[in-house]
Design a protein around this ligand. Structure first.
Ligand code: BES
Ligand code: MN
Ligand code: ZN
Length: 484
């Protein structure tokens, strides 16, 4: 999809349709009325459709010249914010795709409000809502060209939104690819080509190096698959970095559950179990574009969790590089086992901030529903600022406790800890407490994000279509490059 950002008087091209932002009970501006008039459309027509410009409302009017005018409501002008812009343009784009329109002009979205990056949100809304994973479909419905009429002074902001939207869409492309296409090795190749494009350092650890670095979680979980596991380390280092950030993403390219095989209805969609890894890659793409003055390391433990004669089993006990021993109680709690190696490795880099993201527990989805990420951190101020930012980006997060009283749940009998709690209660918390054992003292702050709910959605939601959402790419990119 081609996106043009132009600062000119609106002039619709041949075959170009229009999406027009309207506010509740706001009169159509003379500029827009003029364009409508040219195409033989009146505001009376719009009124007769009962369109008032409320949030979520749309109205379609075909013009005499064969164009389609899509009016989309954004609610009261005084209450406008970034998320309302994304939703309004998203609705408009969805209508355009329903109508199989190929060329669209975006009009009247040139809104400014203090404290809100509305033009950034517009770009994000366009990219996120126009995204479809249709490479395996015979009939591909796509918008080919979008022309955004905007002010020159807001161009940079729009470009920023474009970077974030494109980064999230890369993540969606990777998550949507199935397990027969993406294996630990193809994840590594993706990391390498991304690194080549942006000039990052990239190191892939395969079996020998995994052994040398005593990455026993990755080696253990990877044993059951004919696709060998690996560990990916990407490094971005500017000249004089102001801080060091480590990102960790769970890269289970398919989670069958292993010998503790998942039942049919739970195994479905487990291609999404690499969403944390893919989010980290998306964030690195954005980092490559933005080139911030912070040092960023991306760490991805990549495995496929399969049952096999060589697979690891319940009761197995493994020892980690930091000396902690773990007894396996379920081979389906594999994410925490591979993240542990990455967290130990990340700790050795002595970062100011380490953030891991993982489709870690079904329990987190039970707790917060499908649309909210579980956010864990002992640094309450940091957690609150991230939670607040997530409300702005629309990638909702909610702070959950690292409840010390639940440590008992994962205390082992013949090992230091076990990989599953003794009861199923607080499953998202016990998983986070498990990870905490591998975050060493020299990490200033640590955040764990359980994205099991919002990484992949089963039905259309806001400006997202079915499938991967690319969460939390936009929020984490903004958080590390802007907030602190
Ligand atoms: N990948 C799953 C978690 C998951 C569930 C992600 C639903 C996305 C949607 C994880 O590896 C897993 O299987 N977790 C188990 C943990 C249990 C064995 C303690 C779960 O949530 O049931
Ligand atoms: Mn699992
Ligand atoms: Zn998993």
């Amino acid at each position: 999809m081609k996106i043009n950002y132009v600062e000119k008087k609106v002039a619709l091209k041949k075959g170009e349709n229009a999406i027009i932002c309207c506010f509740e009970n706001n009169r159509i501006s003379t500029e827009i009325a003029e364009i409508m008039k040219k195409e033989g459309i009146t505001s009376e027509q719009l009124k007769s459709l009962g369109f008032k410009g409320k949030e979520g409302e749309t109205a379609l009017i075909p013009s005499s010249g064969g164009k389609v005018f899509i009016f989309t409501g954004a609610g009261k002008k005084s209450e406008i914010n970034e998320e309302k812009i994304r939703k309004a343009i998203g609705k408009g784009i969805f209508e355009a795709l329903n109508r199989k329109l190929k060329k669209v002009a975006v009009l009247n979205f040139n809104i400014e409000k203090k404290g809100e990056d509305l033009q950034k949100a517009l770009a994000e809304g366009i990219l996120l809502s126009a995204y479809r994973f249709n490479k395996y479909l015979k009939e591909k419905i796509n918008i080919e060209e979008i022309t955004v009429y905007g002010k020159e002074n807001l161009k940079e902001e729009f470009f920023r939104g474009q970077i974030l939207g494109e980064a999230a869409n890369l993540t969606r492309d990777l998550v949507n690819e199935p397990g027969n296409v993406i294996t630990p090795q193809t994840l590594a190749e993706t990391a390498k080509s991304l690194s080549k494009k942006y000039g990052f350092k990239c190191k892939i650890f395969t079996e020998k190096e995994l052994e040398k670095n005593r990455m026993n979680g990755i080696l253990t979980v990877g044993k059951g698959s004919k696709n060998p596991p690996c560990f990916i380390h990407i490094k971005y280092k500017p000249e004089n970095p102001t801080k060091k950030v480590v990102l960790v993403g769970k890269g289970v390219t398919f989670d069958s559950g292993g010998l503790n095989l998942k039942p049919e209805q739970y195994m479905k969609r487990m291609k999404m179990d690499k969403a944390g890894a893919c989010a980290v890659l998306g964030i690195m793409k954005a980092i490559g574009e933005i080139k911030p003055d912070i040092e960023v390391h991306a760490l991805i433990p990549a495995v496929e969790n399969m049952p096999d004669g060589k697979a690891y089993r319940p009761d197995d006990i493994i020892e980690y590089k930091n000396g902690v021993t773990v007894e396996i109680h379920s081979t389906d709690a594999e994410g925490r086992l591979i993240l542990a190696d990455a967290l130990i490795y990340g700790s050795e880099l002595k970062p100011d901030l380490m953030i891991d993201m993982a489709t870690l527990t079904g329990a987190c989805v039970v707790a917060l529903g499908n649309y909210t990420t579980g956010l864990f951190s002992k640094d309450t101020a940091l957690a609150h600022s991230l939670q607040k930012l997530s409300q702005k980006t629309g990638e909702k997060m909610w702070h959950l406790p690292l409840d010390e009283d639940l440590k008992e749940e994962i205390k082992g009998t013949q090992s230091d800890i076990q990989n599953v709690g003794k009861t199923r209660f607080g499953g998202a918390i016990t998983a986070a407490l498990f990870l905490q054992n591998f975050v060493e003292e020299n990490v200033k702050s640590w955040i764990h994000l359980d994205i099991a709910g919002p990484a992949f959605i089963e039905k259309e939601w806001k400006y997202y279509s079915f499938g991967a959402t690319g969460q939390p790419v936009r929020t984490i990119t903004e958080f590390i490059t802007k907030n602190r």
